[in-house]
Design a protein around this ligand. Structure first.
Ligand SMILES: Nc1ncnc2c1ncn2[C@@H]1O[C@H](COP(=O)(O)OP(=O)(O)OP(=O)(O)O)[C@@H](O)[C@H]1O
Ligand SMILES: [Mg+2]
Length: 495
């Protein structure tokens, strides 16, 4: 069989970075071909080259046997390539239906044909078996819904090649399953799918073949049956990774956070719990269960209707992020692009942003202290950047997430709230982030953790609270928590 798309020795550089250093890849019709690699390995850059967003510096591409040289995303689309980017590209003020049909609005005699638009939009959502409010502006959607909308938009055209760059990073288990069944249908129709993900389980579940990218070059391509997950990791990092051992935790100390009767209807209903010093309390639940809302109220980002938050025994007035920060509450938010980072600023400025008041005490040493801090986290989290002066907006997705983590780890917090802290982060950096969280806990900090990845939640949490429809419906100690019990509680809470 002839490959539908083949890449030969593709290179591409940015100032100070050789992002692609000679990529070879062959893609066949009807295959799901996964692409794995560390954060900054060049995966998204390669997809932008295929998608016509970036021209390569050198190398050739062939599509259905013909030379393929796209000059814009429009060219790649016309050639039958659909592309779901890593970062959302929705227009927040437009409705769900308008976003779905952006650039392909049905017109009749110059008038926008609204019924036709709604019909086509509904069809696109039906293909993914999801429901979204067609007439609401897309800014009202949560991150997972936004991602599903983005995917539905790309799947409308029958494409020979479909590129998906970390499509599940923001999806719930259920949404991800809808996506997987859509991918299987597309594969059965003969589409070739390039699938990028940091989640090993889903790569094995979904793919026919796998290629690994390291430092901008492909290290090889395998059938899934030919390679073990350990070997994949070794290919990605270029060495064997040692297994990290679960650290033993000391007995927890005094209560740091006490929440009682927290309510913000309809998302948060009468929520009460405590987090002690030296303890990680994990919040489990389906996406939309209200976990992020609970975190945001405690961090002062949203007001609450009733309820009390005590920090170290003293009331923390809600509704003001500044007040929460002053009392030592740190929030690593779920939506890094909008809430966690100033994209135009450098790595150093982003990392030291949260500690400026603490560093100011050092007077003239401030500049140097900021530099040391930035260098320390660049090294500890292995943030791939040419220098600490680099604008955060140019870093790869996973490396941006590491900067958000560094920013809050650098600050001395009493309570650290982590909402999906390892989203989009590669396996090596995940282990580093786990280690840094353990350090914080050993130093007596309290941690509230939200994660959709159950293995992560079970590994880090001292206790797990299951949230369903805005309520705490179950609590498990670390030793008794299992994925089955948690899921059963979450579903029972909906009944
Ligand atoms: N516009 C740009 N300007 C400067 N450097 C860039 C730009 N785009 C990408 N890079 C750099 O190219 C390298 C590869 O980035 P890329 O986004 O392709 O990584 P990735 O493999 O997709 O990583 P992740 O898993 O974190 O998404 C990184 O070092 C990144 O900082
Ligand atoms: Mg990427």
């Amino acid at each position: 069989m002839q490959p539908v798309l083949s890449l030969h020795q593709i290179t591409r550089s940015f100032p100070g970075v050789k992002a692609l250093a000679g990529v070879n890849l062959e893609l066949f019709p009807g295959e799901v071909h996964s692409l794995m690699g560390e954060n900054g390995a060049g995966k998204s850059t390669l997809m932008r080259v295929i998608g016509g967003v970036l021209p390569p510096d050198s190398g050739t591409m062939r599509l259905r046997g013909q030379a393929y040289r796209p000059h814009s995303p429009r060219d790649s689309k016309a050639a039958g390539i659909a592309f779901i980017q890593q970062e959302l590209t929705l227009v927040p003020e437009l409705s769900v239906a308008e976003n779905l049909l952006l650039g392909r609005m049905p017109h009749r005699l110059g008038w926008l044909n609204r019924p036709e638009m709604r019909r086509r939009a509904q069809k696109a959502l039906d293909f993914l078996e999801i429901e979204l409010p067609l007439d609401e502006p897309s800014r009202t959607l949560n991150v997972g819904q936004g991602q599903m909308l983005e995917i539905a938009r790309a799947l409308q055209d029958r494409a020979d090649v479909l590129i998906m760059d970390e499509p599940t990073a923001a999806l719930s288990q259920k949404e991800a399953e809808h996506l997987f069944s859509a991918i299987r249908r597309l594969r059965a129709q003969g589409s070739a799918i390039i699938y990028i993900s940091h989640r090993m389980e889903e790569v094995y579940e979904l793919s026919d073949r796998l290629s690994v990218l390291r430092d901008g070059a492909t290290t090889g391509t395998w059938k899934m049956s030919e390679i073990t997950p350990q070997q994949v990791v070794a290919q990605m990092v270029g060495r064997e990774m040692e297994e990290t051992v679960d650290s033993q935790r000391a007995e927890p100390g005094p209560v740091v956070l006490e929440v009682s009767g927290l309510t913000r209807a309809p998302l948060v209903q009468d929520v009460s719990f405590q987090v002690r010093a030296g303890e990680v309390v994990g919040l489990a639940g389906l996406v939309g269960a209200g976990r992020t809302e609970i975190a945001r109220i405690i961090a002062g980002a949203d007001p609450c209707q009733s309820g009390v938050v005590l920090l170290d025994g003293q009331e923390l007035e809600t509704g003001s992020p500044a007040r929460a920060i002053a009392r030592g509450v740190g929030l690593v938010p779920e939506d890094r692009k909008h809430q966690g980072l100033v994209l135009g600023m450098s790595v150093q400025d982003n990392v030291s942003f949260a500690v400026l008041s603490q560093l100011a005490r050092l007077g003239w040493l401030k500049g140097q202290a900021c530099q040391q801090l930035a260098d320390r986290y660049i090294q500890e989290l292995r943030i791939r950047t040419p220098s600490r002066e680099q604008g955060v907006g140019t870093l790869s997705g996973g490396n941006q997430q590491k900067v958000v983590m560094g920013k809050w780890l650098a600050r001395d917090c009493r309570l650290l709230i982590l909402d999906e802290p390892t989203r989009g982060v590669d396996v090596g950096a995940k282990a580093e982030i786990y280690r840094l969280i353990e350090d914080q806990v050993a130093a007596g900090k309290a941690v509230l953790l939200i994660s959709s990845e159950l293995p992560e939640l079970l590994r880090l949490s001292s206790r797990v609270l299951v949230i369903s429809a805005g309520k705490v419906v179950a609590e498990y100690a670390r030793v008794e928590a299992t994925p089955e019990k948690i899921l059963a509680s979450a579903l029972a809470g909906l009944a």
